[in-house]
Ligand binder design. Structure first.
Ligand code: SAH
Ligand code: SF4
Ligand code: F3S
Length: 480
């Protein structure tokens, strides 16, 4: 078997921390298509399956843009594709198992179509254990590339077409910020806009700082130009993306900060601005004030707390205490009174006691979040938490999750009820998948709403009267 070790260095805390001192360049001429790859995809189709977070969804739009530049057409049917890419997520074990399920399925497709090119990319590709498992058990994969190698897809695809061996290119040292890759956006009225890549927080349970590398901010001028172009193309909403947007600009030499970026983006006049995710640790008062000041910055903040107990937070490496989090939470609610706040919570962190878990419940009752994404802790190889001995049985963790989710449901309903009988602004996404007589969209406060309305307004912001508040969604009627 070919020796792949020269291409690959898996997640390693020491290495990852070292990387933080290396310089990052902002480049706009790195992406290129080899002459013999132009039109290689003409008459052929591609299929991309995206797992994980918005960062991956945005990356898939770049992959789609590149493949379309090569002449491929997008297909919704995996069975008719000539190129299949799985853009994977490594955040929890169950995310990875889903991907391996799909890998097995594609094996059968390859039997019918030997020319099919099957690639795996995204965060799992950055993990040494995953590469080893693939080399041993899934030799039908033709191509593996990491999160820093996306712009190299034309070259990698070419290699995969002509090579009999599996092509693997995963850089552990993160790349520079590359600005000239193409994009085919999945949505025509809402767009993702990357503002930074990577993460330097190193929460002890989390794989992201290894799979995505260190924090690298895009230049403010590039971001603002992208937003202006989107506005000109008729986009109504943009979401600024980063694993921790508050850190935006800290790695740049100029005065850029997230507060300044938000304000500058708000001044472009695009209708709706959202951002995700904010780490509670460096959420500045300036940021809260900018959000409050501009009507086109939506009053909805995702503020992951992870745990309501200060000792657990310390072990998680979150850099704030329960009290500091609550202070920030209440300051936000004071300055932006009707702001929607959502969160992420992990239950069953190693050795979490019943009392510590109850602190999470009591914090949840105090904050009365609009919504929460709740998870059972999943050990990720190479992270510090994975080395901790754990005395909490899995069944106990499952019960904790269920107890927490009960409160999540109760508060979600309560928070949706505050909009009952109100008239709200809704960006219309399309026809509801469940009922073709209903439209669906999101309010400014990021509430999902299904409503009777005019199909010709899809992609527009319209007024809707809320007629019913349910746990996971509102119902309403458009006012025309
Ligand atoms: N950058 C974001 C989080 C991205 S991951 C932030 O810090 O807010 C999304 C969520 O997945 C995290 O907030 C956390 O709740 C959860 N998560 C991350 N690693 C996990 C693990 N090992 N086990 C269980 N949940 C995890
Ligand atoms: Fe992971 Fe923490 Fe970074 Fe979020 S801030 S991506 S949880 S290390
Ligand atoms: Fe998953 Fe990678 Fe996002 S691990 S959550 S796809 S950054």
């Amino acid at each position: 078997m070919k020796d792949y070790s020269q291409y690959f260095k898996g997640p390693n805390l020491q290495e990852a921390k070292k990387r933080s001192h290396q310089q990052v360049d902002h480049l706009d001429d790195v992406f290129e298509i080899p002459a013999d790859m132009v039109n290689v995809g003409r008459g052929k189709k591609y299929y991309i399956h995206t797992y994980g977070c918005q960062a991956n969804e945005r990356d898939s739009e770049t992959l789609a843009g590149i493949l379309e530049m090569l002449g491929y057409d997008q297909s919704d049917d995996i069975k008719e594709a000539d190129v299949i890419l799985l853009n994977t997520c490594a955040i929890r074990e169950n995310a990875e198992e889903k991907v391996f399920g799909k890998v097995g399925y594609v094996k059968n497709l390859k039997k019918n179509n030997p020319d099919l090119i099957f690639g795996l990319c995204g965060c799992m590709a950055q993990e040494e254990v995953v590469i080893q498992r693939i080399l041993e058990k899934h030799p039908h994969i033709d191509l593996i590339f990491g999160t820093h190698n996306i712009h190299r897809l034309p070259q990698l695809l070419k290699e995969a077409m002509y090579s009999k061996e599996m092509v693997v290119e995963v850089w552990s040292k993160e790349g520079d910020v590359i600005e000239n890759t193409p994009v085919t956006r999945a949505n025509h009225h809402k767009a993702w806009v990357n503002i930074m890549y990577g993460c330097n927080k190193f929460c002890t349970y989390c794989i992201v700082p290894y799979t995505r590398g260190k924090e690298r901010s895009r230049l403010m001028s590039d971001i603002v130009k992208e937003v202006e172009d989107l506005k000109e193309q008729g986009y109504q909403e943009i979401t600024l993306l980063g694993q921790n947007v508050n850190s935006y600009g800290k790695d740049l030499d100029d005065q850029s900060s997230f507060a300044l970026l938000l304000e500058t983006v708000a001044k472009t006049g695009i209708s709706r601005i959202r951002f995700t995710t904010s780490h509670p640790w460096d959420f500045s008062k300036d940021m809260i004030e900018v959000i409050a000041k501009y009507d086109n910055i939506m009053p909805a903040i995702h503020l992951p707390v992870q745990s309501g107990n200060s000792n657990v937070l310390k072990l998680m490496g979150r850099r704030y205490t329960r009290e500091q989090y609550l202070d920030l939470f209440h300051t936000i609610k004071e300055i932006i009174p009707d702001c929607t706040i959502t969160t992420d919570i992990i239950v069953g962190f190693p050795n979490e006691t019943e009392e510590q878990f109850e602190d999470t419940l009591s914090l949840y009752r105090e904050c009365e979040y609009d919504l929460a994404y709740t998870f059972i802790y999943s050990p990720r190889e190479g992270t510090p938490a994975a080395k901790m001995k754990d005395n909490v049985p899995f069944e106990e963790k499952q019960q904790r999750l269920e107890r927490l989710n009960e409160i999540v449901r109760e508060k979600a309903l309560k928070q949706n009820q505050r909009f009952y009988n109100q008239v709200v602004d809704v960006l219309v996404d399309g026809v509801s998948k469940k009922d073709e007589n209903m439209l669906t969209g999101y309010t400014a406060h990021q509430k999902l709403i299904n409503f009777k309305g005019r199909k010709e307004d899809i992609g527009q912001i319209v007024k809707v009267k809320v007629t019913e508040a349910k746990t996971w969604a509102l119902k309403g009627e458009q006012i025309v």
